[in-house]
Design a protein around this ligand. Structure first.
Ligand SMILES: [Zn+2]
Length: 305
């Protein structure tokens, strides 16, 4: 039998030969990274304040195509104590933006045997479409528990009441899509929101902490148990951010502050040696950070089967 990355109708488990989930254990906490797919965007988004030649050189050095960059979309499911916590929810579906390779989360949670009704909490790093859209897919809300708690920083909720898009650098159509999705999310899920100011412990060893920068209420999730630590950095760190932490990502609403947040976080993670997972690092995005002179180095974890 040839190994084709194609569908095998009627044969459960053979539908995708590229893996879409990866499990890690942090002390007593179970962590599952699930891929929501990829989101191709113009390479300018990687650093709109960078010299185009420097951007092209980075892509060339990484053996990546020059015209478009595939952003990974990683979502994390965490089990700690009696809580099952979904951290972010993927892109969902936006027919206007034609992003067919993203929005795989629900299908992939199903194939991992994760029942949406088992999720007790959702933590949202911020309210951009690629982090909340999965909750707006048809039928998803009906499968979630009526007592589901959705944790998000108060600053993030406030920001989306009148969002400032003057410092972003997004492809055409994105600002409107992001505003519309955040608005729809607030309408659908307002009664589930549990807002925090600076940080909140969702479950034993699972702390969500506001960083600001990418959006004013952007937050990261710190996991700590039995001497092990892992940080889910949301959109504080991108693939290019180790070599060029000062490049402004097109989706950052306050790029200068986002760069400061990135450097602070990467410096801290390099010092602690803890594991890092981030939304847009290449799947499964589990690795560590090293300091290399003025910049950083991404050290991917060795896969452990
Ligand atoms: Zn994002």
């Amino acid at each position: 039998m040839g190994l084709h990355n194609t569908s095998h109708p009627g044969k459960a488990g053979l539908e995708e030969l590229v893996p879409s989930r990866y499990a890690v254990r942090i002390g007593e906490i179970d962590v599952l990274v699930v891929s929501d797919g990829v989101l191709p965007l113009p390479t300018e988004m990687l650093g709109h304040n960078a010299d185009p030649a420097a951007r092209a050189a980075w892509l060339g050095d990484m053996f990546l195509p020059a015209d478009a960059f595939d952003w990974s979309l990683n979502v994390v499911l965490v089990r700690s104590g009696d809580r099952t916590i979904l951290i972010d929810a993927g892109l969902g579906l936006d027919p206007n933006l034609n992003l067919p390779r993203a929005g795989q989360l629900v299908k992939r949670l199903d194939s991992a045997g994760i029942d949406l009704a088992s999720v007790t909490d959702v933590v949202l790093t911020h309210l951009h479409m690629d982090h909340i859209g999965g909750l707006l897919v048809d039928g998803v809300k009906d499968r979630l528990r009526p007592d589901l708690q959705i944790h998000v920083s108060a600053a993030e909720v406030k920001f989306w009441e009148s969002p400032d898009f003057t410092h972003v650098h997004m492809p055409q159509g994105f600002p409107d899509a992001l505003k519309a999705t955040a608005k729809r999310f607030m309408e659908e899920y307002r009664s589930h929101l549990r807002q925090f100011d600076e940080q909140y412990e969702v479950a034993p060893g699972v702390v969500v902490r506001r960083t600001g920068g990418h959006t004013p209420g952007h937050s990261v999730v710190r996991l700590a148990s039995g001497g092990d630590r892992l940080t889910f950095a949301g959109d504080a760190v991108f693939a290019v951010g180790f070599d060029h932490p000062d490049w402004y990502n097109g989706f950052e609403h306050d790029p200068e502050e986002a760069a400061r947040v990135r450097v602070r976080l990467l410096t801290e993670l390099a010092a602690t040696g803890e594991q890092l997972v981030a939304t847009h690092l290449p799947f499964p995005s589990v690795g560590r950070v090293a300091v290399d002179g003025d910049v950083f180095r991404w050290v991917p974890a060795f896969w452990d089967y």
